[in-house]
Design a protein around this ligand. Structure first.
Ligand code: KG4
Length: 340
């Protein structure tokens, strides 16, 4: 019997709706919010207002593109958290309203697990290429940096995670402080392509186990740039490509060092990456090379599934629906992962 799942994502600044039928993607609509550009970051109140405006047209369009009517849906999957509370509230309330109006069940999804399962979204025009279980996922986004052992679509164990900043946050904050713009990840990625990654050295953390830390390297970069600008006001302009390449290399070294450790400790050679930072071209190259060297099977998500999207929420919801999970109508969104 086939199952059709409508996914709704509203955890940050993208309003998205997608439809999957038995793991195959029928539609994936994303409305990004330009309103935050002038502020150098996401403004939570503006984000929730924009979600309110976008959600009805986005869901309608997703159903239309999928060629399904609302009453053909078997369940509504929505992001419960983590994320911005006001933004999550819009998606959650909309899912509840739809659930009551259509008399269809709801399934709640952890946004991070959505990122981890993004590679399981099947497309009719592409070959299926999915990690087998158990696999390790390097989950790298604006709010999280984790190494997760995934034993099944509903079983997750966090083996290591950041004790301070997320890697995406390090990209974003440093880019902003260096006057390069927001969001920092894609900007640094682009500039780094023309730079020498070996030119500058930034201090690396010494954290035991599989946990990460990115605040030290961020501070090391910012002090370095400040001191050099004091000597030569044009230092940044003259060297930004090399600074970006060296900084990016340091972040990737830190990420891969612990990932290699985790693979050795668990003996798992199925390795995936997910989250916004998995769009980083140097990280994708390095993890592929590392995989070849170590006999891993590496799985990189398509670019369109690296950033926030409802396709990954629909697929995570699909697996949870099959596992018999249903969300109660009094479910409340949660902003932090620890509250899930
Ligand atoms: O997963 P995501 O869209 O949102 C969260 O749930 O956090 O990730 C956003 C993060 C931002 O920090 C952004 O700078 C980063 O992903 N990012 C990148 C790249 N594209 C987006 N970081 C490095 N290189 C990129 N190409």
């Amino acid at each position: 019997m086939s199952h059709i799942i409508l996914g709704i994502e509203s955890s940050c600044d993208d309003t998205s709706a997608a439809v999957v039928k038995d793991a195959y993607l029928l539609s994936n609509v994303i409305a990004s919010q330009a309103v935050h550009k002038d502020f150098g970051g996401v403004v939570p109140e503006l984000a929730s207002r924009a979600h309110e405006q976008n959600i009805v047209p986005v869901v309608s369009r997703a159903l239309e593109l999928a060629g399904v009517t609302a009453d053909q849906i078997d369940a509504i999957a929505f992001t419960r958290g983590p994320g911005l509370l006001g933004s999550l509230l819009v998606g959650t309330s909309f899912a509840k309203t739809l659930s009551i109006a259509l008399n269809k069940p709801m399934v709640m999804v952890n946004h991070l697990q959505g990122h981890i399962l993004a590679g399981f979204v099947r497309q009719y025009d592409k070959p299926v290429c999915e990690p087998s279980f158990p696999f390790l996922c390097l989950l790298v986004s604006g709010g999280n940096s984790q190494i997760v052992k995934v034993s099944s679509p509903t079983e997750y164990e966090i083996l290591g995670q950041t004790i301070d900043d997320a890697v995406g946050e390090a990209f974003d904050k440093c880019s902003k402080m260096m006057g390069l713009g927001y969001p920092g990840g894609p900007i640094i990625d682009k500039l780094a392509k023309q730079g020498d990654p070996e030119r500058f050295k930034f201090s690396k953390p010494h954290i035991p186990g599989l946990d990460y830390s990115f605040s030290g390297v961020k501070t090391s970069l910012l002090y370095f740039v400040r001191d050099e600008i004091a000597k030569d006001p044009d230092f940044m302009e003259k060297n930004k490509e090399d600074i970006c390449a060296s900084f990016q290399k340091t972040l990737i070294d830190i990420l891969l060092d612990k990932l290699v450790k985790a693979a050795k400790q668990t003996g798992i050679k199925e390795i995936a990456i997910g989250g916004g930072v998995s769009a980083n071209s140097a990280l994708r190259e390095r993890i592929t090379l590392e995989g070849k060297k170590r006999g891993w099977n590496t799985y990189l998500p398509e670019f369109k599934f690296t950033t926030d999207n409802a396709a990954m929420i629909a697929i995570a919801g699909y697996f949870r629906f099959l596992a018999g999970e249903r969300a109660p109508l009094d479910v409340a969104p949660v902003s932090r992962l620890s509250d899930f």
